[in-house]
Design a protein around this ligand. Structure first.
Ligand code: NAG
Ligand code: NAG
Ligand code: NAG
Ligand code: NAG
Ligand code: NAG
Ligand code: NAG
Ligand code: NAG
Length: 370
Protein backbone atom coordinates (compact mmCIF):
# COMPACT_ATOMS: atom_id res chain seq x y z
CA UNK A 1 0.00 0.00 0.00
CA UNK A 2 2.28 2.70 -1.20
CA UNK A 3 1.76 5.32 -3.88
CA UNK A 4 2.97 8.88 -3.77
CA UNK A 5 3.37 11.94 -5.93
CA UNK A 6 5.95 14.38 -4.64
CA UNK A 7 5.36 17.77 -6.22
CA UNK A 8 2.31 18.52 -4.13
CA UNK A 9 1.80 21.72 -2.24
CA UNK A 10 -0.64 22.57 0.52
CA UNK A 11 -4.19 23.08 -0.77
CA UNK A 12 -4.34 26.73 0.28
CA UNK A 13 -1.45 27.55 -2.10
CA UNK A 14 -2.81 26.03 -5.33
CA UNK A 15 -3.69 29.53 -6.64
CA UNK A 16 -0.27 31.06 -6.02
CA UNK A 17 0.47 31.28 -9.75
CA UNK A 18 -2.89 32.07 -11.45
CA UNK A 19 -1.04 32.42 -14.78
CA UNK A 20 -0.61 28.60 -14.68
CA UNK A 21 -3.98 27.33 -13.49
CA UNK A 22 -4.06 23.70 -12.41
CA UNK A 23 -0.26 23.54 -12.32
CA UNK A 24 -0.01 23.04 -8.56
CA UNK A 25 -1.83 20.20 -6.86
CA UNK A 26 -3.18 20.49 -3.37
CA UNK A 27 -3.43 18.00 -0.51
CA UNK A 28 0.20 18.59 0.64
CA UNK A 29 3.18 16.26 0.13
CA UNK A 30 2.48 14.42 3.42
CA UNK A 31 0.72 11.04 3.42
CA UNK A 32 -0.12 8.73 6.29
CA UNK A 33 -1.79 5.36 5.77
CA UNK A 34 -3.56 4.28 8.92
CA UNK A 35 -4.56 0.81 10.06
CA UNK A 36 -7.52 0.95 12.43
CA UNK A 37 -9.12 -1.76 14.53
CA UNK A 38 -12.65 -0.90 15.59
CA UNK A 39 -11.79 2.69 14.71
CA UNK A 40 -8.68 2.79 16.95
CA UNK A 41 -5.23 3.41 15.47
CA UNK A 42 -3.12 0.22 15.33
CA UNK A 43 -0.24 1.45 13.15
CA UNK A 44 0.71 3.76 10.32
CA UNK A 45 2.91 3.95 7.24
CA UNK A 46 4.62 7.09 5.91
CA UNK A 47 5.36 5.58 2.53
CA UNK A 48 8.40 5.45 0.30
CA UNK A 49 7.97 8.07 -2.48
CA UNK A 50 7.44 5.91 -5.56
CA UNK A 51 8.15 7.26 -9.02
CA UNK A 52 6.31 5.30 -11.68
CA UNK A 53 7.51 4.89 -15.29
CA UNK A 54 6.31 8.36 -16.38
CA UNK A 55 7.24 10.02 -13.08
CA UNK A 56 8.67 13.59 -13.02
CA UNK A 57 9.96 13.33 -16.59
CA UNK A 58 8.59 10.91 -19.23
CA UNK A 59 12.06 10.68 -20.80
CA UNK A 60 13.38 8.77 -17.78
CA UNK A 61 12.89 5.22 -16.45
CA UNK A 62 13.91 3.27 -19.57
CA UNK A 63 15.43 0.75 -19.23
CA UNK A 64 16.04 1.39 -15.49
CA UNK A 65 12.70 1.81 -13.73
CA UNK A 66 12.15 3.74 -10.52
CA UNK A 67 12.82 1.92 -7.23
CA UNK A 68 9.92 -0.45 -6.46
CA UNK A 69 7.87 0.81 -9.46
CA UNK A 70 7.04 -2.77 -10.52
CA UNK A 71 7.06 -4.33 -7.09
CA UNK A 72 5.06 -2.27 -4.61
CA UNK A 73 6.00 -3.64 -1.21
CA UNK A 74 3.44 -3.84 1.55
CA UNK A 75 4.02 -2.43 4.99
CA UNK A 76 3.62 -4.72 8.02
CA UNK A 77 1.82 -3.67 11.17
CA UNK A 78 2.07 -6.14 14.04
CA UNK A 79 -1.44 -6.38 15.54
CA UNK A 80 -0.48 -9.01 18.14
CA UNK A 81 -1.08 -6.58 21.04
CA UNK A 82 -4.74 -6.41 19.92
CA UNK A 83 -5.27 -10.17 20.44
CA UNK A 84 -6.97 -9.76 23.84
CA UNK A 85 -9.66 -7.76 21.99
CA UNK A 86 -9.69 -9.76 18.73
CA UNK A 87 -10.04 -13.09 20.58
CA UNK A 88 -13.11 -12.07 22.60
CA UNK A 89 -15.47 -13.98 20.28
CA UNK A 90 -17.12 -10.82 18.91
CA UNK A 91 -16.97 -9.20 15.45
CA UNK A 92 -14.25 -6.60 14.85
CA UNK A 93 -13.46 -4.16 12.06
CA UNK A 94 -10.14 -3.62 10.34
CA UNK A 95 -10.05 -0.47 8.23
CA UNK A 96 -7.50 1.54 6.24
CA UNK A 97 -7.48 5.29 5.87
CA UNK A 98 -5.19 7.71 4.00
CA UNK A 99 -4.72 11.26 5.30
CA UNK A 100 -2.71 14.37 4.38
CA UNK A 101 -1.58 17.58 6.05
CA UNK A 102 -4.05 20.47 5.88
CA UNK A 103 -3.57 23.71 7.79
CA UNK A 104 -7.32 24.44 7.76
CA UNK A 105 -8.42 21.03 9.11
CA UNK A 106 -8.77 19.94 12.71
CA UNK A 107 -5.46 18.55 14.01
CA UNK A 108 -4.02 19.53 10.60
CA UNK A 109 -5.21 16.16 9.25
CA UNK A 110 -6.76 16.49 5.80
CA UNK A 111 -8.11 14.39 2.95
CA UNK A 112 -6.19 13.17 -0.12
CA UNK A 113 -8.38 13.50 -3.22
CA UNK A 114 -8.35 10.60 -5.64
CA UNK A 115 -6.04 7.81 -6.81
CA UNK A 116 -5.11 6.25 -3.48
CA UNK A 117 -6.12 2.61 -3.65
CA UNK A 118 -5.19 0.70 -0.55
CA UNK A 119 -5.74 -2.87 0.41
CA UNK A 120 -4.60 -5.09 3.23
CA UNK A 121 -4.34 -8.72 4.31
CA UNK A 122 -4.54 -10.09 7.83
CA UNK A 123 -2.15 -12.97 8.60
CA UNK A 124 -3.14 -15.26 11.45
CA UNK A 125 -1.15 -17.97 13.21
CA UNK A 126 -3.07 -20.42 15.38
CA UNK A 127 -1.93 -21.63 18.76
CA UNK A 128 0.30 -24.69 18.33
CA UNK A 129 -1.75 -26.74 20.76
CA UNK A 130 -5.11 -25.32 19.80
CA UNK A 131 -5.59 -23.34 23.03
CA UNK A 132 -7.84 -20.30 22.89
CA UNK A 133 -5.58 -17.20 22.94
CA UNK A 134 -6.50 -14.81 25.71
CA UNK A 135 -4.96 -11.70 27.13
CA UNK A 136 -5.42 -8.46 28.96
CA UNK A 137 -4.38 -4.88 29.43
CA UNK A 138 -4.14 -3.38 25.96
CA UNK A 139 -2.28 -0.16 26.52
CA UNK A 140 -1.83 2.34 23.73
CA UNK A 141 0.26 5.49 23.69
CA UNK A 142 -0.69 7.33 20.53
CA UNK A 143 0.01 11.07 20.64
CA UNK A 144 -1.05 13.08 17.58
CA UNK A 145 1.40 13.87 14.82
CA UNK A 146 3.32 17.08 15.47
CA UNK A 147 3.57 19.29 12.38
CA UNK A 148 5.47 22.45 11.66
CA UNK A 149 4.83 24.43 8.51
CA UNK A 150 6.66 27.48 7.25
CA UNK A 151 5.41 28.97 3.95
CA UNK A 152 6.80 32.00 2.16
CA UNK A 153 5.38 33.65 -0.98
CA UNK A 154 7.49 36.26 -2.77
CA UNK A 155 5.95 38.74 -5.15
CA UNK A 156 6.85 41.76 -7.26
CA UNK A 157 4.64 44.76 -7.88
CA UNK A 158 4.88 46.58 -11.14
CA UNK A 159 2.60 49.42 -12.25
CA UNK A 160 0.29 48.69 -9.31
CA UNK A 161 -0.11 44.99 -10.17
CA UNK A 162 1.32 42.35 -7.89
CA UNK A 163 2.61 39.05 -9.27
CA UNK A 164 3.78 36.10 -7.14
CA UNK A 165 7.27 35.06 -8.19
CA UNK A 166 8.02 32.16 -5.87
CA UNK A 167 6.52 29.83 -3.31
CA UNK A 168 8.82 28.28 -0.73
CA UNK A 169 7.70 26.07 2.12
CA UNK A 170 9.06 23.68 4.68
CA UNK A 171 6.80 21.06 6.24
CA UNK A 172 7.94 18.72 9.00
CA UNK A 173 6.04 15.98 10.79
CA UNK A 174 6.94 13.69 13.70
CA UNK A 175 5.06 11.03 15.58
CA UNK A 176 5.64 7.98 17.71
CA UNK A 177 3.19 5.39 18.91
CA UNK A 178 3.21 2.17 20.87
CA UNK A 179 0.63 -0.48 21.72
CA UNK A 180 1.27 -3.28 24.18
CA UNK A 181 -0.61 -6.01 26.02
CA UNK A 182 -0.17 -9.35 27.72
CA UNK A 183 -1.30 -12.39 25.77
CA UNK A 184 -1.70 -15.94 27.02
CA UNK A 185 -1.14 -18.88 24.66
CA UNK A 186 -0.22 -22.51 25.30
CA UNK A 187 3.34 -21.21 25.72
CA UNK A 188 2.18 -19.17 28.71
CA UNK A 189 1.78 -15.43 29.21
CA UNK A 190 3.87 -12.99 27.20
CA UNK A 191 4.13 -9.20 27.00
CA UNK A 192 3.84 -8.09 23.36
CA UNK A 193 4.30 -4.64 21.83
CA UNK A 194 4.30 -2.78 18.53
CA UNK A 195 6.02 0.59 18.44
CA UNK A 196 6.83 3.08 15.73
CA UNK A 197 8.72 6.34 15.47
CA UNK A 198 8.38 8.39 12.28
CA UNK A 199 9.68 11.63 10.85
CA UNK A 200 9.12 13.52 7.62
CA UNK A 201 10.46 16.71 6.13
CA UNK A 202 9.60 18.30 2.80
CA UNK A 203 11.12 21.51 1.49
CA UNK A 204 9.97 22.97 -1.82
CA UNK A 205 10.92 26.07 -3.71
CA UNK A 206 8.88 26.96 -6.78
CA UNK A 207 10.01 29.83 -8.95
CA UNK A 208 9.28 31.03 -12.47
CA UNK A 209 5.47 30.93 -11.88
CA UNK A 210 5.83 27.38 -10.56
CA UNK A 211 7.55 26.11 -13.71
CA UNK A 212 10.81 25.63 -11.81
CA UNK A 213 10.39 23.31 -8.84
CA UNK A 214 13.02 22.16 -6.33
CA UNK A 215 12.19 19.60 -3.72
CA UNK A 216 14.10 18.02 -0.90
CA UNK A 217 12.32 15.39 1.15
CA UNK A 218 13.33 12.93 3.83
CA UNK A 219 11.12 10.24 5.32
CA UNK A 220 12.77 8.22 8.09
CA UNK A 221 11.79 6.08 11.01
CA UNK A 222 11.96 2.86 12.95
CA UNK A 223 9.66 0.20 14.34
CA UNK A 224 9.82 -2.89 16.48
CA UNK A 225 7.41 -5.80 16.70
CA UNK A 226 6.54 -8.39 19.31
CA UNK A 227 8.14 -11.24 17.40
CA UNK A 228 11.71 -10.53 16.27
CA UNK A 229 13.13 -8.38 19.04
CA UNK A 230 14.97 -6.44 16.32
CA UNK A 231 14.40 -2.78 15.53
CA UNK A 232 13.86 -1.96 11.85
CA UNK A 233 15.17 1.40 10.62
CA UNK A 234 14.60 3.06 7.27
CA UNK A 235 15.41 6.29 5.48
CA UNK A 236 14.04 7.57 2.14
CA UNK A 237 15.76 10.77 1.02
CA UNK A 238 14.65 12.29 -2.30
CA UNK A 239 15.87 15.43 -4.03
CA UNK A 240 14.23 16.67 -7.20
CA UNK A 241 14.64 19.58 -9.53
CA UNK A 242 12.48 20.16 -12.59
CA UNK A 243 12.32 23.11 -14.92
CA UNK A 244 9.63 23.40 -17.59
CA UNK A 245 9.58 25.61 -20.64
CA UNK A 246 6.11 25.68 -22.15
CA UNK A 247 6.21 26.70 -25.81
CA UNK A 248 4.28 29.87 -26.69
CA UNK A 249 3.21 28.45 -30.09
CA UNK A 250 2.44 25.06 -31.62
CA UNK A 251 5.46 25.24 -33.92
CA UNK A 252 8.05 25.24 -31.13
CA UNK A 253 8.89 22.45 -28.73
CA UNK A 254 8.16 22.51 -25.00
CA UNK A 255 10.71 20.95 -22.68
CA UNK A 256 11.43 19.73 -19.20
CA UNK A 257 14.84 19.43 -17.56
CA UNK A 258 14.89 17.17 -14.50
CA UNK A 259 17.41 16.08 -11.87
CA UNK A 260 16.55 13.33 -9.40
CA UNK A 261 18.62 11.84 -6.61
CA UNK A 262 17.04 9.51 -4.10
CA UNK A 263 17.70 6.43 -1.98
CA UNK A 264 16.02 3.66 -0.09
CA UNK A 265 18.02 2.53 2.92
CA UNK A 266 16.70 -0.03 5.36
CA UNK A 267 17.81 -2.49 8.01
CA UNK A 268 14.79 -4.60 8.65
CA UNK A 269 13.12 -7.80 9.63
CA UNK A 270 10.36 -8.85 7.27
CA UNK A 271 7.90 -10.22 9.81
CA UNK A 272 5.70 -12.17 7.37
CA UNK A 273 8.68 -13.74 5.56
CA UNK A 274 10.30 -14.68 8.85
CA UNK A 275 7.16 -16.23 10.29
CA UNK A 276 6.48 -18.12 7.05
CA UNK A 277 10.08 -19.35 6.89
CA UNK A 278 11.15 -17.82 3.54
CA UNK A 279 13.61 -15.36 5.06
CA UNK A 280 15.61 -15.49 8.22
CA UNK A 281 17.12 -12.76 10.35
CA UNK A 282 17.48 -9.18 9.31
CA UNK A 283 18.01 -7.68 5.89
CA UNK A 284 20.18 -4.70 5.06
CA UNK A 285 19.41 -2.88 1.83
CA UNK A 286 20.74 0.33 0.31
CA UNK A 287 19.89 1.53 -3.16
CA UNK A 288 20.30 4.92 -4.79
CA UNK A 289 19.25 6.38 -8.14
CA UNK A 290 20.71 9.51 -9.63
CA UNK A 291 19.12 10.69 -12.88
CA UNK A 292 19.20 13.62 -15.25
CA UNK A 293 17.02 14.19 -18.28
CA UNK A 294 16.04 16.75 -20.88
CA UNK A 295 12.86 15.95 -22.72
CA UNK A 296 11.01 17.77 -25.53
CA UNK A 297 7.50 17.56 -26.92
CA UNK A 298 4.89 19.39 -28.99
CA UNK A 299 1.32 18.79 -30.20
CA UNK A 300 2.36 16.00 -32.57
CA UNK A 301 5.43 14.57 -30.85
CA UNK A 302 4.77 13.20 -27.41
CA UNK A 303 7.93 11.19 -27.11
CA UNK A 304 11.23 10.49 -28.72
CA UNK A 305 12.51 13.70 -30.31
CA UNK A 306 16.12 13.53 -31.45
CA UNK A 307 17.00 16.22 -28.91
CA UNK A 308 16.01 14.10 -25.86
CA UNK A 309 18.88 13.17 -23.54
CA UNK A 310 18.92 11.31 -20.29
CA UNK A 311 20.98 9.20 -17.95
CA UNK A 312 20.37 7.19 -14.80
CA UNK A 313 22.89 5.58 -12.48
CA UNK A 314 21.83 3.11 -9.81
CA UNK A 315 23.62 1.43 -6.93
CA UNK A 316 22.09 -1.54 -5.12
CA UNK A 317 23.54 -3.46 -2.20
CA UNK A 318 21.69 -6.09 -0.22
CA UNK A 319 22.53 -8.50 2.55
CA UNK A 320 20.09 -10.98 4.02
CA UNK A 321 19.59 -14.69 4.40
CA UNK A 322 16.86 -16.21 2.28
CA UNK A 323 15.91 -19.85 2.63
CA UNK A 324 14.83 -19.77 -1.05
CA UNK A 325 17.84 -17.96 -2.57
CA UNK A 326 21.04 -19.07 -4.25
CA UNK A 327 22.78 -21.64 -2.02
CA UNK A 328 24.17 -19.96 1.02
CA UNK A 329 24.42 -16.53 -0.62
CA UNK A 330 23.64 -13.69 1.71
CA UNK A 331 24.99 -10.72 -0.24
CA UNK A 332 24.25 -9.22 -3.65
CA UNK A 333 25.07 -5.94 -5.35
CA UNK A 334 24.63 -4.23 -8.67
CA UNK A 335 25.89 -0.93 -10.06
CA UNK A 336 24.77 0.18 -13.49
CA UNK A 337 24.32 3.21 -15.68
CA UNK A 338 22.14 4.04 -18.66
CA UNK A 339 22.80 6.88 -21.11
CA UNK A 340 20.10 7.78 -23.64
CA UNK A 341 18.43 4.41 -23.16
CA UNK A 342 21.59 2.27 -23.56
CA UNK A 343 23.35 0.51 -20.67
CA UNK A 344 26.96 1.74 -20.54
CA UNK A 345 28.07 -0.47 -17.65
CA UNK A 346 26.47 -3.09 -15.44
CA UNK A 347 28.43 -4.76 -12.62
CA UNK A 348 26.87 -7.49 -10.50
CA UNK A 349 28.49 -9.27 -7.58
CA UNK A 350 27.68 -11.74 -4.80
CA UNK A 351 29.01 -9.26 -2.28
CA UNK A 352 28.03 -5.84 -0.97
CA UNK A 353 29.20 -2.48 -2.36
CA UNK A 354 29.46 1.00 -0.91
CA UNK A 355 26.37 2.96 -1.97
CA UNK A 356 27.17 6.69 -2.03
CA UNK A 357 24.68 8.97 -0.27
CA UNK A 358 22.01 10.93 -2.08
CA UNK A 359 23.44 14.40 -2.51
CA UNK A 360 21.88 17.85 -2.53
CA UNK A 361 20.81 19.24 -5.88
CA UNK A 362 21.28 22.79 -7.11
CA UNK A 363 18.49 25.29 -6.43
CA UNK A 364 17.39 23.59 -3.18
CA UNK A 365 18.38 25.63 -0.18
CA UNK A 366 18.05 24.04 3.23
CA UNK A 367 18.56 20.29 3.11
CA UNK A 368 16.39 18.18 5.44
CA UNK A 369 17.87 17.39 8.82
CA UNK A 370 15.17 15.12 10.28
C1 NAG B 1 -0.23 34.96 -4.37
O1 NAG B 1 -0.25 33.74 -3.66
C2 NAG B 1 -1.21 33.69 -2.61
C3 NAG B 1 -1.02 32.36 -1.85
O2 NAG B 1 -1.27 31.25 -2.70
C4 NAG B 1 -2.60 33.81 -3.21
O3 NAG B 1 -3.57 33.79 -2.18
C5 NAG B 1 -2.69 35.13 -3.99
O4 NAG B 1 -3.95 35.21 -4.64
C6 NAG B 1 -1.59 35.21 -5.01
N1 NAG B 1 -1.58 36.54 -5.60
C7 NAG B 1 -1.61 36.75 -6.90
C8 NAG B 1 -1.59 38.18 -7.32
O5 NAG B 1 -1.61 35.85 -7.72
C1 NAG C 1 -17.93 -2.31 12.43
O1 NAG C 1 -18.39 -1.49 11.34
C2 NAG C 1 -19.79 -1.55 11.17
C3 NAG C 1 -20.10 -0.76 9.90
O2 NAG C 1 -19.44 0.48 9.89
C4 NAG C 1 -20.48 -0.99 12.40
O3 NAG C 1 -21.87 -1.07 12.25
C5 NAG C 1 -20.04 -1.80 13.63
O4 NAG C 1 -20.57 -1.22 14.79
C6 NAG C 1 -18.53 -1.82 13.74
N1 NAG C 1 -18.15 -2.73 14.84
C7 NAG C 1 -17.21 -2.42 15.71
C8 NAG C 1 -16.94 -3.45 16.75
O5 NAG C 1 -16.59 -1.36 15.68
C1 NAG D 1 0.28 50.84 -16.33
O1 NAG D 1 -1.12 50.96 -16.04
C2 NAG D 1 -1.79 51.90 -16.83
C3 NAG D 1 -3.24 52.00 -16.32
O2 NAG D 1 -3.84 50.73 -16.16
C4 NAG D 1 -1.73 51.49 -18.30
O3 NAG D 1 -2.34 52.47 -19.12
C5 NAG D 1 -0.26 51.34 -18.72
O4 NAG D 1 -0.19 50.85 -20.05
C6 NAG D 1 0.46 50.40 -17.78
N1 NAG D 1 1.89 50.38 -18.12
C7 NAG D 1 2.57 49.23 -18.26
C8 NAG D 1 4.03 49.40 -18.55
O5 NAG D 1 2.05 48.11 -18.14
C1 NAG E 1 -3.97 -25.46 26.85
O1 NAG E 1 -5.11 -26.27 26.72
C2 NAG E 1 -5.01 -27.52 27.43
C3 NAG E 1 -6.23 -28.36 27.11
O2 NAG E 1 -7.42 -27.59 27.35
C4 NAG E 1 -4.91 -27.22 28.94
O3 NAG E 1 -4.72 -28.41 29.64
C5 NAG E 1 -3.68 -26.31 29.15
O4 NAG E 1 -3.61 -25.91 30.50
C6 NAG E 1 -3.76 -25.05 28.28
N1 NAG E 1 -2.54 -24.30 28.43
C7 NAG E 1 -2.54 -23.00 28.80
C8 NAG E 1 -1.18 -22.35 28.94
O5 NAG E 1 -3.56 -22.36 29.01
C1 NAG F 1 14.54 28.15 -14.02
O1 NAG F 1 15.38 27.08 -14.36
C2 NAG F 1 16.26 27.37 -15.43
C3 NAG F 1 16.97 26.08 -15.80
O2 NAG F 1 17.48 25.41 -14.68
C4 NAG F 1 17.22 28.47 -14.96
O3 NAG F 1 18.12 28.80 -16.00
C5 NAG F 1 16.40 29.70 -14.59
O4 NAG F 1 17.24 30.70 -14.06
C6 NAG F 1 15.35 29.34 -13.55
N1 NAG F 1 14.48 30.51 -13.33
C7 NAG F 1 14.16 30.95 -12.11
C8 NAG F 1 13.26 32.15 -12.05
O5 NAG F 1 14.58 30.41 -11.09
C1 NAG G 1 6.34 19.34 -33.74
O1 NAG G 1 7.76 19.31 -33.93
C2 NAG G 1 8.18 18.59 -35.06
C3 NAG G 1 9.72 18.56 -35.04
O2 NAG G 1 10.23 19.83 -34.70
C4 NAG G 1 7.64 19.26 -36.34
O3 NAG G 1 8.00 18.50 -37.47
C5 NAG G 1 6.10 19.31 -36.23
O4 NAG G 1 5.56 20.02 -37.34
C6 NAG G 1 5.71 20.00 -34.95
N1 NAG G 1 4.23 19.98 -34.80
C7 NAG G 1 3.51 21.09 -34.93
C8 NAG G 1 2.00 20.92 -34.72
O5 NAG G 1 3.97 22.18 -35.15
C1 NAG H 1 14.32 29.58 -4.28
O1 NAG H 1 14.96 29.47 -5.53
C2 NAG H 1 15.43 30.70 -6.05
C3 NAG H 1 15.92 30.47 -7.46
O2 NAG H 1 16.86 29.43 -7.50
C4 NAG H 1 16.52 31.23 -5.11
O3 NAG H 1 16.99 32.47 -5.58
C5 NAG H 1 15.92 31.40 -3.72
O4 NAG H 1 16.95 31.77 -2.81
C6 NAG H 1 15.30 30.09 -3.24
N1 NAG H 1 14.60 30.35 -1.99
C7 NAG H 1 14.84 29.67 -0.88
C8 NAG H 1 14.10 30.12 0.35
O5 NAG H 1 15.59 28.71 -0.83
Amino acid sequence: MCIQICILGPTEYVNTFPENPGWLYGYSPFREIQVLIDGKLAGVSWPFPLLFTGGVDPGLWRPIVGIDAFDLPSFDVDVTPWLPLLCDGKLHNFSLKVVSFDTSASGNIGSVGENWWVTGAVFIWLDEHGNQTRGSAIESKIPSTVFSFYPQVSSVTSNGTSTNTSLYFKLTAHRSLSISSTIVTSAGPKIVAWSQSLSFQNIQNMTDLGLNQSLSQLTAGSYSDSFSGIETTYSYPINLYSSYIIAPSLATLSSVFALIDRSLITKRVDIISSLSGTKMGSQSLATRQSAESRYYWNETIVEGTAADTGETEQWFSNSGHSSLGKDGMTEFSRHLKEVDGAIVFDHEAWSMIQVPSTSPLPYVEGEPTV
